[in-house]
Ligand binder design. Structure first.
Ligand code: 5GP
Length: 190
């Protein structure tokens, strides 16, 4: 998506550890007009898939997931990050490794908000090694619901998550795929 790629080139900063910082429009300050267009693109990809719920993980997936849910006119549910591994109560829970913080945590969703028969579109801001998406897919499967696919703002194509998920049969649509990034250059997959 050209406008997203341009925005990344204009505002993105490459940090050590292959982390792309996009606080200016996606992860801290939100460019609402841009996110609206991104949500429209994702809607076009999954329109007709019978999506009745959007799922993401807090915190940075929430903004774009909300915009996508608005297009589908359905609820958006965000998995919560739980620091302790002892999770009590009526929740689905799965451990996930955090790429940016390099530690494990549980993500949880109340059993009230994911149900058998739901068709769930998973949304996130970034796709790197795929741990966050695998965790979210696991929660959907625990609920006996169906994964319609995974819609991503920025995929780092030089990491393996996206290709592995596609190989496993999931429909993964990324609005921008970074092929290569260094401190001084950033290229996109065409
Ligand atoms: P994965 O689980 O696919 O390895 O990483 C995806 C998750 O880690 C996303 O939810 C995102 O919050 C975070 N993440 C991974 N890579 C980046 C990055 O380059 N920049 C930012 N801002 N977040 C990232």
């Amino acid at each position: 998506m050209k406008i997203l790629e341009d925005k990344i080139l204009q505002c993105g900063k490459v940090l050590p550890g292959h982390v792309l910082k996009v606080d200016n429009f996606l992860n801290h300050q939100i460019d609402v007009a841009l996110l609206k267009e991104m949500a429209n693109e994702l809607y076009k990809e999954y329109e007709g898939a019978g999506v009745n719920k959007i799922l993401t993980v807090e915190a940075s997936g929430i903004a774009i997931a909300t915009m996508v849910a608005d297009r589908f006119n359905c609820p958006m549910v965000f998995a919560k990050k739980n620091k302790t591994s002892n999770v009590a109560g009526d929740v689905y829970s799965v451990p996930v490794h955090s790429y940016t913080h390099n530690r494990d945590y549980n993500i949880i969703v109340s059993k009230s908000y994911l149900n058998e028969g739901d068709v769930v579109l998973i949304i996130d801001d970034f796709l790197a090694n795929g741990c966050a998406l695998r965790g979210l897919i696991n929660l959907v499967e625990q609920a006996g619901a169906k994964v319609a696919g995974c819609g991503i703002a920025i995929e780092k194509g030089f990491q393996e998550g996206g290709s592995a998920l596609r190989k496993d049969g999931y429909k993964v649509c990324s609005l921008a795929i970074v092929e290569n990034m260094t401190d001084s250059s950033l290229t996109f997959r065409k």
